[in-house]
Design a protein around this ligand. Structure first.
Ligand code: IMP
Ligand code: MG
Length: 182
């Protein structure tokens, strides 16, 4: 069985992702030249983007990971509250933090997380999201760097899951409705 048989539409191809990641990496390298850059990725969805983006960044930087979870909710909808399940190892004080995210959807996760990170006295906290779903936003948060705007649909691939599957698809796509139907 091939995962691709479950995909209805490809929204962002491998080639488009590769080109965009290269472009973002170049911009970030220029903008943070001479600075103490720390890339912070939120597991698990952002792991694929992080692995690609860090190799497109040509200046020295560090990486760190955290795990957050929302209280309650279902596979495709999240609730309003966020808790830190696994915290960063890095000390943020005086550093330039760039959050590397898979998708800015409702914005609830990062609207909660950014103020928590700011309390640790970094020099700056910015957001780099490979996907943006502005139609879904419930807060005023925006990405400082963003890859692709996608429509209000549940997407999988390039790190994004449905029920923990499809993260390893190398492109971003929409599932066939019967996959949810059970
Ligand atoms: P938020 O709604 O902006 O807080 O997004 C929180 C998280 O929900 C994202 O980091 C993703 O892990 C997940 N998420 C949001 N939209 C999708 C989607 O379309 N497919 C898979 N996961 C998603
Ligand atoms: Mg997820």
């Amino acid at each position: 069985m091939d995962m691709r048989d479950d995909i209805q539409t490809v929204l962002v191809s491998e080639e488009q992702l590769r080109a965009k990641v290269a472009e973002l990496g170049a911009r970030i390298s220029r903008d943070y030249a001479g600075k103490d850059l720390l890339l912070v990725s939120i597991l698990k969805g952002a792991v694929v983007f992080m692995a690609d983006l860090m190799r497109a960044v040509t200046i020295p930087c560090s990486i760190d990971f955290m795990v957050v979870s929302s209280y309650g909710g279902t596979n495709t909808e999240s609730t309003g509250l966020v808790k830190i399940v696994k915290d960063l190892d890095a000390d943020l004080s005086g550093r330039e933090v760039l959050i590397v995210e898979d998708v800015l959807d409702t914005g609830v996760t990062l609207s909660n997380l950014v103020p928590m990170l700011r309390m640790r006295h970094p020099n700056s906290v910015k957001i780099c999201a490979i996907l943006d779903k502005p139609a879904r936003r419930k807060t005023s948060i925006t990405a400082d760097y963003r890859g692709f705007e996608v429509p209000d649909a549940f997407v999988v691939g390039y790190g994004l899951d449905y029920d923990e599957k499809y993260r390893n698809l190398p492109f971003v796509g929409v599932l066939k409705p019967e996959v949810y139907g059970g």
